[in-house]
Design a protein around this ligand. Structure first.
Ligand SMILES: O=C[C@H](O)[C@H](O)[C@H](O)COP(=O)(O)O
Length: 260
């Protein structure tokens, strides 16, 4: 383990590094958003430097900026139309590999890109694994017009769902509402537990003003879970297997250079 890396960063890094094994020359790869996905982009930057030829489709302006900095060729979903693979982080994943995403406010683009991919791989540290989704507040992207009415409709709707909590908060960025890449707001739904994620995802998206919720149902195929000691577990929901590996790495690798 690197002396420069905390256990949580090691876990995120080894998950990202292991997920890179699924990337082949010529692939169109969806690039997720967030602190774990950032490790993926860094790993990919090294592979591209060593000659790997891929086209990346970023899921946020943040990821696009980092990919450009690292020399990864990027394109848009409209240009490539379909992707071989998307690799992204998650806020929670359950035993069926259903997810909560959007803690970083990027779930709208992430869901569009992941859905347009042959496979989605989630990279995560152990803290993201849950028996039941919902402890992490569920992000719902809403258009700014009439957002308070949308919030009231959401309150009414979740009262009828199999959930535990009912608090809804407008996500803030300092004193102003948080603005997504698409110019929208985010309402965070503190549901505690979500008894029926599939129903919840469908019902929330019926409300006028809701653009997209952060539940990813039947989208993720594989979760790569990293641990602070360098072990990774690869769970493939389609094949029904879980495989364990240990990722070796050198703390002097360039990838860690700017962490000092
Ligand atoms: O909007 C952000 C994304 O859905 C992230 O992938 C998710 O929040 C996980 O982020 P992190 O890897 O930073 O925990």
């Amino acid at each position: 383990m690197s002396a420069k890396l905390s256990a949580i960063d090691t876990a995120k890094f080894v998950a990202a590094k292991r997920a890179c094994d699924f990337i082949e020359d010529g692939m169109r790869v969806g690039l997720g958003t967030g602190s774990t996905a950032e490790w993926l982009v860094r790993c990919l930057g090294e592979l591209v430097e060593d000659g790997l030829k891929i086209t990346g489709v970023p899921t946020s302006t943040r990821t696009a900026k980092l990919a450009r900095q690292l020399g990864i060729p990027i394109s848009t979903l409209d240009e490539v139309k379909w992707l071989d693979l998307t690799i992204d982080g998650a806020d929670e994943y359950d035993p069926d590999l259903n997810l909560i995403k959007g803690g970083g406010g990027a779930h709208l683009q992430e869901k569009i890109v992941a859905t347009a991919s042959d496979r989605m791989i989630v990279i995560a540290d152990r803290t993201k694994q849950v028996d039941m989704l919902g402890a992490f507040p569920l992000p719902v992207e809403v258009i700014p017009f009439g957002w308070q009415t949308t919030k009231a409709l959401l309150e009414e709707t979740i009262a009828a769902l199999d959930v535990m909590g009912d608090r809804i908060e407008l996500r803030m960025n300092g004193d102003a509402p948080y603005i997504t890449d698409e110019g929208n707001h985010i309402l965070d739904l503190h549901l505690g537990r979500i008894g029926n994620p599939r129903q919840t995802a469908l019902v929330l998206n019926q409300i006028p003003g809701v653009v997209e919720n952060g539940l990813f149902i039947d989208i993720c195929d594989i979760v790569v879970t990293g641990n602070g000691d360098g072990r990774v577990q690869v769970k493939d929901i389609n094949v029904g297997t879980t495989q364990e590996d240990v990722i070796e790495f050198d703390e002097d690798e360039n990838i860690f250079a700017d962490l000092d």
